[in-house]
Design a protein around this ligand. Structure first.
Ligand SMILES: C[S@@+](CC[C@H](N)C(=O)[O-])C[C@H]1O[C@@H](n2cnc3c(N)ncnc32)[C@H](O)[C@@H]1O
Length: 260
């Protein structure tokens, strides 16, 4: 796995770029999904710097929050954000492969078990998803969010003029949700799918290069050639638009659907 998948600063750079240059509001989209779920106890797998946990903590009636992640740096950022909100949350530094044996998780039930932009890092995503589902209360919901379809297509096309992207990068960014997540959730839960497109307009070569350097598909040996290609683009255009295509798979135990 790329070091950048775990690196907290890289994660913040990518998220900041999406927020600063994106035309749509990802947090508002997640918030709208949360508004249709009722939960007091939530477990967030691959919680990173706490982007989802801070939304959960702000919900009325939430009594118990657990976040797990492999990155101590990201967990420190999450802890600071949650403390600033006065929210109690157990944050556990552990791989998701081991997390379900942890005292904060094992034998406990949660009304919401989520994993946003993380399940494709699992050694065995199907097994981790099975563990997530097993921890749901009756009526509880599993929420898995990740990219799909034409996600990042313009940037991937540019990069692939210079080097082949690793197959795992391509599949996690495009087909993972449909191939590895939806079939399991459809089989075991009442499934609802929501999609979201955020057009991210990078206003300069520097901004786009910053995003690429922080991504899991950065390739140092190809930096010069890619930088020249990006510079050529900006000689003709004022922005480089990368569409983020995001899917939320919401699975309800007992088959009731979101909003019903
Ligand atoms: C792209 S970030 C997403 C973080 C957060 N959910 C968000 O949407 O902002 C992916 C996170 O997965 C974590 N991660 C990667 N592999 C992991 C593993 N095997 N077990 C636990 N966490 C992992 C990384 O440390 C990182 O914080």
């Amino acid at each position: 796995m790329s070091e950048r998948a775990l690196n907290s600063a890289s994660l913040v750079t990518r998220a900041d770029g999406n927020k600063r240059f994106g035309e749509a509001d990802f947090d508002a989209w997640v918030q709208a999904i949360l508004n249709e779920l009722s939960f007091a106890r939530a477990l967030d797998i691959c919680c990173g710097t706490g982007n989802q946990l801070v939304l959960y903590a702000a919900r009325p009636g939430v009594t118990h929050l657990v976040g797990i992640d492999l990155s101590a740096d990201s967990l420190a950022r999450a802890r600071a954000r949650l403390e600033a909100l006065g929210a109690a949350c157990a944050l556990v530094e552990v791989a998701m492969e081991e997390a379900f044996a942890e005292p904060a998780v094992a034998g406990r039930r949660f009304d919401l078990v989520s994993c946003c932009y993380g399940l494709y890092y699992a050694r065995d995503p199907g097994q981790t998803l099975g563990h997530m589902i097993a921890r749901l209360t009756d009526g509880g919901a599993a929420l898995v969010v990740g990219p799909y379809g034409d996600n990042n297509a313009a940037l991937f096309t540019l990069l692939q003029r210079h080097f082949p992207l690793p197959p795992l990068v391509l599949s996690s960014a495009t087909t993972f949700m449909e191939e590895a997540v939806l079939p399991i959730m459809r089989q075991r839960l009442g499934l609802e799918v929501r999609t979201f497109v955020n057009r991210v307009r990078y206003p300069s070569a520097a901004a786009l290069l910053d995003y690429w350097r922080a991504s899991t598909f950065f390739s140092a040996p190809h930096e010069g050639a890619v930088a020249r290609d990006i510079a050529a683009h900006f000689e003709r255009h004022e922005a480089f638009v990368v569409e983020k295509h995001v899917m939320a798979a919401i699975g309800r135990k007992l088959g009731s659907k979101v909003g019903s």
